[in-house]
Write a protein that binds this ligand. Sequence first.
Ligand SMILES: [Zn+2]
Length: 277
Amino acid sequence: MPTLHTEALILRSVDFGESDLILHLLTPDTGRLTVIANGARRSKKRFPGTLDFFNHLDVQIGRRRPTSMARLEHARLRRTLLGLRSDPRRFALGCYLLELLDRLAPEGGARIDHHRLFAFGLGSLELIDQRSPDAGLRVLLEVRALDVLGLGPELAHCVRCGEVPDGNAGPVGFHVGDGGPCCSRCLSEGQHLLSVHVGTLRALQQSRSLATGQLGRLALRGAVLEEARVLIARFLRFHLGLDLRSVGFLDAQLTPMEPSGRLPPRLPKPISTGGAR
Ligand SMILES: [Zn+2]
């Protein structure tokens, strides 16, 4: 790998040895990339004030030998997104999105659009930096994350026959494993699908016409939000295979209000977010 000059976001940071850091970076050139930052914990001068979460960086990355881990040689701060540290909701959603990308973005030459993935990572953090998120925005960002990772659900057509499901006949079945709705004609006997209204699928589909920075314009509320939240949570869990570490903290911050205006009783789980050091 020749020396690479690119932009980067830090997805994950792990102490290594006495003085080094292993960083999972997201870059527009490579997607997710693991690098070692030698001496980053010993010397503050080596990477002054740069290697923190929610920082938009310019980095220089090299590799001494083809088989060795890529090394972070220089990092320069472009911008720090301070709003993400200003309230627990923004911080929780920011940590969650970084963890989600770290978990689902493949490292190396997978056939996904790295530039689009990086633009989503940066654009979503910039959006949360500007506005305190609600549970609806969380769902829309989750759908967008799945889309840019190449895992987005089908929302408009039956996954078996391609027909548009009839929304007038009540809720349709959503097949989480097949990744989309299943019309009544294609349903097999005894299948347990998630029940969802076509209007909810349309609301999520509508969000795809907006840029990431515009997702705050679309408000998901009430029954649509509740259905979308359950659907996307199940869909994400199917792809992740487990809950992310940051999800308990995020759920505690962004739980939708009940019609009474009171929060449903749910204890926030104290967790280590892997967030700011
Ligand atoms: Zn069908």
